[in-house]
Design a protein around this ligand. Structure first.
Ligand SMILES: NC(=O)c1ccc[n+]([C@@H]2O[C@H](COP(=O)([O-])OP(=O)(O)OC[C@H]3O[C@@H](n4cnc5c(N)ncnc54)[C@H](O)[C@@H]3O)[C@@H](O)[C@H]2O)c1
Length: 274
């Protein structure tokens, strides 16, 4: 059986970049994945669709049903979604359950935006709407997906270890070391880091693991792990000073590889497969 054959995942921001890489990576290991992204023009999702076709991966549309999908293992579905809207995220989760036949057990939030603007510049003060939008998409959007995904995950039967699923959010080194022009982005990523521990504590009683992945300090080069936090009933803090086996395994890889390896680690731990 493929490693993640029991994984049913929602990947927000999955139409491009890190999200698309995550969707491909999970599917390659046997998962069923729903990509939820704001921008789902055919041009934008074509590379992912082409990849799925080239790999003989089943592409699902709204008319597909449980029996037609589940029997065929790994598959890919799309649902246009604005992560800041409750009804749109709930609709994506409804669609996921309909085409995959069960609630999700993995939610990976990769939807995000980045702007470059200073608190004060020659043009004047930072535009407030730009700041609010960045907070809305990155912080509120991640929270929105997390809370609604958790509500669906709790409907699942727990596995033998009492686990029901995991939530993976994406922050950035900017949460800790924001550069000039990153005030909005850093604040939004700091918000994600801040919500991780209380959310993990709150959701552990439902058997739902929560983690946030922080990009390494020197992306694409040394990939030293600055801060990897995985929380469940107990707190594991792995840093360059306290590296765990999982960290050591991925040291030296680039950021995307590192990100995918960490997603794997948390899913394998959370679904009791390792
Ligand atoms: N690429 C990096 O090196 C890096 C480093 C650190 C953190 N990150 C974070 O990783 C995440 C993904 O980054 P990326 O480089 O893949 O970016 P990307 O721009 O390629 O992908 C982001 C996706 O989010 C989608 N999106 C934007 N607003 C949305 C909304 N309201 N609802 C739903 N989807 C929305 C976009 O359409 C896009 O497909 C971001 O949160 C980013 O901050 C990236």
């Amino acid at each position: 059986m493929a490693t993640l054959a029991r994984t049913v995942a929602l990947v927000s921001g999955g139409a491009s970049g890190l999200g698309a890489a995550t969707a491909r990576h999970l599917i390659q290991q046997g998962a069923r994945v729903m990509v939820a992204d704001l921008n789902m023009t055919s041009e934008r999702v074509q590379p992912l669709r082409d990849w799925a076709v080239s790999q003989n991966i089943r592409l699902l549309d709204e008319s597909d049903t449980l029996s037609s999908c589940y029997a065929q293992g790994p598959c890919l579905a799309f649902c246009p979604t604005n992560v800041t809207k409750s009804d749109e995220v709930n609709h994506a989760l409804d669609q996921l359950e309909r085409v995959f036949g069960e609630p999700l057990n993995v939610a990976v939030s990769c939807a995000g935006i980045a702007i470059a603007q200073k608190t004060l510049s020659k043009k004047g003060p930072h535009d407030l709407d730009d700041f609010i939008e960045t907070m809305m998409v990155n912080t509120v959007g991640s929270f929105n997906v997390s809370r609604l995904a958790a509500a669906r995950m709790q409907e699942r039967e727990p596995d033998r270890d009492g686990l029901r699923g995991c939530i993976v959010n994406t922050a950035s080194i900017a949460a800790f070391e924001g550069q000039i022009g990153q005030v909005a982005y850093s604040a939004s990523k700091g918000g994600i880091v801040g919500m991780t521990l209380p959310m993990a504590r709150e959701l552990s009683r439902y058997g739902i693991r929560v983690m946030t992945i922080v990009s390494p300090r020197n992306e694409m080069k040394s990939a030293t792990i600055h801060s990897l936090t995985i929380y469940h009933e107990r707190l594991l803090v792995c840093s360059k000073h306290h590296s765990c086996q999982g960290c050591r395994r991925v040291l030296g890889k680039n950021w995307v590889t590192l990100f995918l390896a960490l997603v794997d680690s948390v899913i394998l731990m959370s679904l009791g497969l390792s």
